[in-house]
Design a protein around this ligand. Sequence first.
Ligand code: HEC
Ligand code: HEC
Length: 317
Amino acid sequence: MKKALKITAYVFGGILLLAGLAAAYIQFAPAPTYDAPEIPEITIVHTPERIAEGARIASMLCNECHTGQDDKLSGKKLEDVPPVFGQFYSANITQSPEHGIGKWTDSELYYFLRTGLRRDGSFAAIMPQFPMVSDEGLYAIISYLRSDNPRVQPSAHEPLKSKYAFLGKLLLQFVLKPAAFPDQPVPQPDTLNQLAWGRYLADGLYSCYDCHSASFTSNSRLVPEQSKGYYGGGNELLDMDGNTIYSANLTPDDETGIGKYTEQAFIQALKYGQRPDGSPLRYPMRPHTALSDEEVKAIFAYLRSVPPIQNEVPKKP
Ligand code: HEC
Ligand code: HEC
């Protein structure tokens, strides 16, 4: 009996010691590094059409995180990341060679947007990666970054360096990893097929599923439909003041989802941030004014086709 107790004590002590060592390791170990990638050369022609389309996409996909106080994409503090992960600042991505991305090549930008890796192998873990955006979509965004649009003209602003807290470091060591570079071209969706188009917009381009499924931690970035609670809502997010807010259930369930939405009501909600009862949609749900009605209808059609999930999401937490 006594011996058994002693063994238990040893085992328990051992586990504690290991846990302590692991915690110390995570706290003090350097961020994981990656080999400098071999970046395939691509040539992107910056046509006026691409620049305009890139500006439109970026207004919904990049500006929110990168717009600094000078109204350029000069970087800022990301207020809605829970502080337990750390304090994060986006980068200056204006055309300034010293402070922005003036020295990056188009190929490097393309590689970075796909994988999160810079040319030196450093990994921008907090920046989302865009594995499912079409090549054409990324070419448009890159053309916009190179254009004479006022938002991307050189800015000397230098955002502070991001600081990872313990939980952030834990994610960095074990969870956040660069995405694989696609081994095949990523085609544009077929806009004549409304469901395929809507799915591309909702899952591939604007990642609606990411906020609108059960949790960021159980989302599948490469096969969004495999995300837990796909479009069932309830993901715990933060509003501007750091208060909890839950994402809405967008599945066609009549009672807890948007089953009773008409197409017109959906346009009003998605483009102008207003529910059918007139209540405003709160941050981080943003009005997507730059979407065309045809795009919104395609997203609506796609959301109508996903399996309904009965999940009552608290409206006012
Ligand atoms: C959720 C917020 C967020 C969104 C959305 C976002 N970014 Fe970022 N971006 C960041 C953060 C944070 C960094 C800095 C990452 C780091 O240093 O670890 C960054 C870094 C970058 C860099 C690297 C700059 C450098 O000098 O290292 C580029 C290029 C970039 N972003 C472009 C874009 C583009 C283009 C889009 C839209 C398609 C976009 N970002 C959307 C947060 C975001
Ligand atoms: C950054 C996270 C985030 C992203 C990305 C996002 N949403 Fe939302 N969405 C929310 C939150 C949070 C709410 C709930 C807002 C509230 O309760 O005021 C919401 C609410 C909604 C509603 C209102 C539903 C209702 O309750 O009546 C619709 C419709 C909607 N989102 C559609 C979309 C679509 C379509 C996309 C992609 C184009 C999208 N959202 C992307 C966070 C997000």
